[in-house]
Ligand binder design. Sequence first.
Ligand SMILES: Cc1cc2nc3c(=O)[nH]c(=O)nc-3n(C[C@H](O)[C@H](O)[C@H](O)COP(=O)(O)O)c2cc1C
Length: 190
Amino acid sequence: MEAGGHQGGFRNDPADDAPGAVLGLLSLVALVRETVQIPIIAAGGLMRGSQIAAVLAAGAAAGQLGTAFLVCPESGANGLHKAAMTDPLFGRTELTRAFSGRPARGLVNRFIRDHGPYAPAVYPQLHHLTSGLRKAAAKEGDPQGMALWAGQGHRLARELPAARMVETLAVELSAAGSAYGLQAPRGVVS
Ligand SMILES: Cc1cc2nc3c(=O)[nH]c(=O)nc-3n(C[C@H](O)[C@H](O)[C@H](O)COP(=O)(O)O)c2cc1C
């Protein structure tokens, strides 16, 4: 539930949007670990190596990071989107159907506040319906009308080149593993 962008499923029942209906990452990894034996790649809210260590300890084979790489110079995200990640104006994220009809997590802005409460569960029709509005907002330089996809850890974003980011995460992961006496981590960072 912490992850930025669209969720993997196509949940069509708005009752499934209730805060208590979606599992947090550590609970989810532990539950899946006890159910199936295939390798688990954990994603959602991971911004630091210490968090990757936590999901590896919980039984994941790897951690996957999205929002952490969004602000890298190599990322093709819109500059307004990148700047919004650590802008105090956008204090928190929300799961919303406002932009596409499918639940997706983004920084709370005017578009989400105005249209989230009544957005219907109709994907991809709503995506196509709002596409022009989102493009116009980007053209006007108005982040309040754009889809600012972001995970819950967005405030921890670091503007580092991607290779440096991977190195930094690896050092943090290793340090966290040593601190807690974990075995050498097998984590892959993508
Ligand atoms: C800007 C952005 C765009 C994304 N686009 C997609 C996408 O097109 N398809 C998809 O399956 N996941 C997409 N995701 C979700 C990521 O694959 C990943 O699950 C997520 O970023 C992990 O959570 P984190 O952002 O908190 O690290 C996107 C995430 C972000 C932040």
